[in-house]
Design a protein around this ligand. Structure first.
Ligand SMILES: Cc1ncc(COP(=O)(O)O)c(C=O)c1O
Length: 421
C-alpha cells in the first residue's frame, strides 16, 4: 500500500500527461485545496507555486466562485448552446467584449485552450475562404511558441524544442520563424512576408511571454512590429493570451502593454478562475463580418458539445467580479517586486543561466537539469509544489499568494538549486 485505496486501485489504469510511465516517479495523491495550499493524502500540505498550470489566479476554492458554481449547479449545470442561449454566457461575452481592447467583440466559447486556438486557426482560414481567397492556408508562428497539443496546434508550436518533434512528418506545414526582436530577425520576417505573404492567413503569437515553450520573454515593441507587418501585408494577427490573459503579465491582457489590438484573441486558463474548463476565441467586428452571408456554408463550422457550459460561464463571471472588486493587478505588481528581490539570489548559483520576472511569472533558467525526478522530489521535501520542466524552474502563483507563502516558494527554489540540480 503506497497511498489511499483509491490510489492503489486506480493508478494502474491511468495514463498521465507528458509522462514516461516506465521511469517517472509516481504522482502524488492530493485530497484538497484551499487558497495557495494543496493537501496531500499523507497529511502533508504544499504551498502551490504554479496555480495548477497558472489557472487558479484567485487561489483555490475562492468562496465567491464557489457560491456562483453552487447557485448555477442548482439552476442549470448545462444546456446545449445550439439554438439555446443563457444568461451566464451572454453576460460573460458582453463583459469580455468590454474588457478587451478595440472592437474584439464576438466571443466563440469552447472548453480548452487547444480548441480555442484550433477555432482561431479555422476562423482565420475560413475568413479568407469566405472572401474568395483559397490560397491562404499557412500561418506564421514562432520558435519557442506553444499553442496546444492537438494536431492543428502542434503544427504551430516550436518544431524542435516542443514536445511534438516526433510528429514532424504528419503535421500541416506552416512558417515557423524567429520573433522579430531585432533588426536581423525583423528583416528575415519581412523577407518571408514579401515572398510568401500571399499564402499566409494569419500571424499567431503568444504576446510578451512564450509560456510552455520555455517562459521566454519579448518586449512590447516586438508585438507592435507584428501588428505593423500584419497590416502592411493584409494578414490577420492572432494573439494567444491563454497564458498571459487576466493579469499574469501585469496588465489585464498582455496586448495592452503594446497598445495593439489583434484581429483574434484566444483565452482560457484563468478565464474561469481555474475552477472549471472554459475557453474563448474572440474576434474583431471585421472578422465576424466575413462570416455574414446568404450562403449557409459561410457560417463558422465549429460547435463543441459543451461550449459555453453555464457552470463554467458562471465561474468565469464570478472570476471577473473578483478582478473588479479585489486589487488583483496591484497584487501582481507586489508579487513581481518580491520575486525580483528573492529570485535574484539564484543568479549566482553555479548552474543558473538566467533569472527573469514579468508580472506574476518568475523564472530561473538553468544550463540543464540533470535529475528531474530528484529535483521535483526535493522541492516537495521543502513543502512546495513547483514543477520544473526542461531547464526551467518557474513560479506562476495565485495572485492572492501571501508574502510569507511566496517567500517560502522562492526560498525553497534557492535552497534546492544550491544543491546540484
Ligand atoms: C499559450 C497557450 N496556448 C494554448 C494552450 C493549450 O491549452 P490547453 O492545455 O487548455 O489545451 C496553452 C497551455 O498551456 C498555452 O499556454
Amino acid at each position: 500500500m503506497t497511498g489511499p485505496d483509491w490510489f492503489d486501485a486506480g493508478l494502474p489504469h491511468i495514463w498521465l500527461p507528458y509522462t514516461q510511465m516506465r521511469t517517472a516517479s509516481p504522482p502524488i495523491p492530493a485530497i484538497a485545496t484551499d487558497g495557495c495550499r494543496i493537501s496531500l493524502a499523507d497529511g502533508r500540505e504544499l504551498v502551490d507555486g504554479i496555480a495548477s498550470w497558472w489557472t487558479a489566479c484567485h487561489g483555490y476554492n475562492h468562496p465567491h466562485i464557489r457560491q456562483a458554481a453552487i447557485d448555477q449547479l442548482a439552476r442549470m449545470p448545462h444546456v446545449m448552446f445550439g439554438g439555446l442561449v443563457h444568461e451566464p454566457a451572454l453576460r460573460l461575452a458582453r463583459r469580455l467584449a468590454d474588457l478587451l481592447p478595440g472592437d474584439l467583440e464576438r466571443v466563440f466559447f469552447s472548453d480548452s485552450g487547444s480548441v480555442a486556438v484550433e477555432v482561431a486557426i479555422k476562423m482565420a482560414m475560413q475568413y479568407w475562404l469566405n472572401r474568395g481567397q483559397s490560397g491562404r492556408t499557412r500561418l506564421v508562428a514562432f520558435r519557442g511558441g506553444y499553442h496546444g497539443d492537438t494536431l492543428a496546434t502542434m503544427a504551430v508550436c516550436d518544431p524542435e524544442e516542443g514536445m511534438h518533434s516526433l510528429f514532424a512528418g504528419i503535421l500541416p506545414q506552416h512558417f515557423i520563424t524567429d520573433l522579430p526582436r531585432d533588426d536581423h530577425t525583423t528583416a528575415a520576417l519581412e523577407q518571408l512576408m514579401e515572398t510568401e505573404g500571399q499564402r499566409v492567413a494569419a500571424i499567431l503569437v503568444e504576446p510578451l511571454v512564450q509560456g510552455a515553450g520555455g517562459m521566454l520573454f519579448h518586449d512590447p515593441a516586438t508585438l507592435r512590429r507584428l501588428r505593423d507587418l500584419a497590416d502592411r501585408h493584409g494578414v490577420l494577427l492572432i494573439l494567444d493570451e491563454i497564458f498571459t490573459g487576466f493579469g499574469r503579465t501585469g496588465t489585464m491582457f498582455a496586448c495592452q502593454q503594446a497598445d495593439i489590438v489583434p484581429d483574434i484573441v484566444t483565452l482560457s486558463k484563468a478565464l474561469s478562475g481555474g475552477t472549471v474548463p472554459l475557453a474563448a476565441t474572440v474576434a474583431r467586428a471585421h472578422v465576424f463580418a466575413a462570416f455574414l452571408s446568404d450562403d449557409p456554408m459561410h457560417a463558422l463550422m465549429h460547435g463543441p458539445t459543451f461550449m459555453a457550459n453555464p457552470l463554467a460561464c458562471a465561474c468565469a463571471n464570478a472570476s471577473l467580479d473578483l478582478f473588479e472588486r479585489e486589487p488583483r493587478l496591484e497584487q501582481v505588481a507586489a508579487i513581481e517586486e518580491q520575486m525580483r528581490d528573492e529570485l535574484e539570489a539564484c543568479r549566482h548559483l553555479p548552474a543558473v543561466r538566467d533569472v527573469r520576472v514579468m508580472g506574476a511569472i518568475g523564472v530561473v533558467e538553468l544550463d540543464r537539469i540533470n535529475d528531474m525526478n530528484r529535483l521535483k522530489a526535493r522541492l516537495v521535501d521543502q513543502g512546495v509544489w513547483v514543477r520544473p520542466f526542461r531547464s526551467i524552474v518557474y513560479l506562476t502563483p495565485a495572485f492572492t499568494v501571501t508574502k510569507a507563502e511566496l517567500a517560502r516558494l522562492t526560498g525553497a527554489i534557492r535552497t534546492v538549486l544550491a544543491e546540484a540540480p
